[in-house]
Write a protein that binds this ligand. Structure first.
Ligand SMILES: [Zn+2]
Length: 479
């Protein structure tokens, strides 16, 4: 009469709760046993129903409503050996009040990123029930939680969660979260690295944290250490911002210059040159004319980026990097960065031998923080399991009804677009992309020019001269 996709049961009645939130099915086993279940008996006479009880079992939602099955379970007695045995079902576990497919639904939704509490509320069950289903799943799917192969390119980073630094380990090439560790201390990092095959792991990407590099050097001496490009650029960006802040503090005190204006202009300095609009470029020039130090700091940032944009190989990068080191101004704000750049020169330049970034690990880090935030108070093991499953499970594409094939009950198939003809095809708007051309000057030229006009000996007094020479040269190039 009713088919809810469980062939083991016969549904005899359907009713709905008065508030319309839930459906209740009354059901019993679809088939009665035809012989005794006692293997020692083998009696072929149909057993009698000895007693019955009902079990209320929670199932997946249907028609947007909660679904419960009030299942009658009979116990049978063999007329021959008096052996008593109940109906057997496979769609829910013994002593469980939830169907297996509902447990799977809990797990699927956890993996999609929903919290235990949210799913629990949606199904009117305790969040602990959902957590238990998830735990049972992760306990039986250890293979999804452990990766014991060696990645060719390893990513190391830490996520700061709840006052702890958790080590995050990724496979950069395969884009996979390999593991999370309780802490990021050297013994933990080394213990992990020792599990890897030395000849397989060719390269390790990381930020400037010297501790990871030290561990890698000791355990995987042949692996190239590559400092993440974006962290390197960020390091220089910070110096530029510190320069802005010190000018901001000085001029607001001595000349009553508006701090707000400085703060508002921050984005102008931080934005990549090629992403600025013409009017922003004008505004930037205004700042440079008034505060030549900002120009110097800005060019240090942009020319550093240029190395990444322009150097074609390690040799070119080597020489550009050394040229660039010479142009770092002797501002106090730049001193620690200069030292770091000299000290980590090799690790930064290794990028040209192994052009990998740690961007994937960074994105994983953000996901981990998001998962932690949503589930506030996860224990580390639960958080790790959730992250491993959620982050490593490939997300299906969004279902597109216009592209899907729908199979009719008679077996014939159709798509909506076939039905609707060309109506949908012409309705797609054309995308237009606006390209911004900064004075038609190539970045490569700008870098060469900057080096040409840079004169370390005349640093302080020649800034204005340099700007104008630079601007003139740019003008010439543009025409
Ligand atoms: Zn029997």
């Amino acid at each position: 009469m009713y088919d809810i996709g469980i062939p083991e049961i016969n549904i005899t009645a359907r009713s709905e709760s008065d508030d319309g939130r839930a459906i209740l099915y009354t059901a019993e086993a679809a088939h009665r046993p035809i012989c005794c279940a006692n293997p020692a008996c083998g009696h072929k006479v149909k057993p009698h129903v000895h007693s019955s009880k009902t079990n209320l079992i929670h199932d997946i939602r249907s028609e947007g409503k909660l679904v419960y099955i009030n299942l009658t379970i009979h116990r049978y007695r063999c007329p021959d050996c008096s052996y008593v045995f109940p109906d057997e079902f496979t769609f829910f576990a013994k002593n469980s009040h939830i169907t297996d497919r509902l447990k799977q639904e809990f797990v699927d939704r956890c993996i999609k990123g929903e919290t235990f509490t949210y799913i629990g509320n949606d199904y009117s069950v305790d969040h602990k029930t959902v957590a238990a289903a998830f735990k049972a799943y992760s306990d039986t799917h250890k293979e999804l939680l452990t990766y014991d192969y060696t990645p060719e390119v390893l990513g190391l980073d830490e996520a700061h969660i709840d006052d702890h630094f958790r080590l995050v380990i990724t496979d950069i090439k395969e884009q996979r979260l390999l593991d999370m560790k309780r802490d990021n201390k050297a013994p933990t990092v080394k213990a992990y690295l020792h599990t890897l095959d030395k000849s397989t792991c060719k390269c390790v990407t990381m930020d400037f944290a010297p501790a990871y590099a030290k561990c890698v050097k000791t355990v995987l001496p042949d692996a190239l250490i590559v400092i993440d490009k974006f962290h390197a650029i960020q390091e220089v960006n910070r110096c530029l911002d510190r320069t802005r802040i010190s000018l901001q503090n000085y001029y607001s005190k001595t000349e009553g210059f508006s701090t707000k204006l400085f703060k508002r202009a921050k984005y102008l300095f931080m934005t990549n040159w090629e992403n600025l609009t013409e009017s922003e470029w004008d505004a930037l020039n205004g700042w440079f004319n008034r505060f030549p130090d900002l120009f110097t700091a800005y060019m240090t940032k942009e020319t550093f980026r240029d190395i990444y944009n322009l150097a074609k190989d390690r040799t070119e990068a080597d020489s550009m990097f050394d040229e660039w080191l010479k142009t770092i101004p002797d501002f106090k704000a730049f001193e620690p960065m200069r030292k770091t750049m000299i000290k980590r020169r090799g690790h930064i330049l290794n990028y040209w031998d192994a052009p990998y970034t740690n961007a994937y690990t960074e994105s994983v880090n953000n996901l981990i923080k998001k998962i932690e935030k949503a589930g506030r108070g996860y224990k580390f093991d639960t958080l790790r399991e959730r992250c491993m499953l959620e982050i490593n499970t490939e997300k299906p594409d969004k279902f597109n009804p216009r592209k899907a094939t729908f199979v009719n009950s008679d077996g014939s198939a159709q798509t909506l677009t076939e039905k609707a003809g060309k109506l949908y095809l012409s309705a797609v708007p054309k995308k237009t992309t606006k390209t911004i051309n900064v004075d038609s000057v190539l970045l490569k030229d700008s870098l060469m020019l900057y080096f040409k006009h840079f004169d370390r000996t005349k640093h302080a007094e020649s800034t204005i001269a340099r700007i104008s020479a630079y601007a003139e040269a740019i003008q010439r190039l543009a025409h």
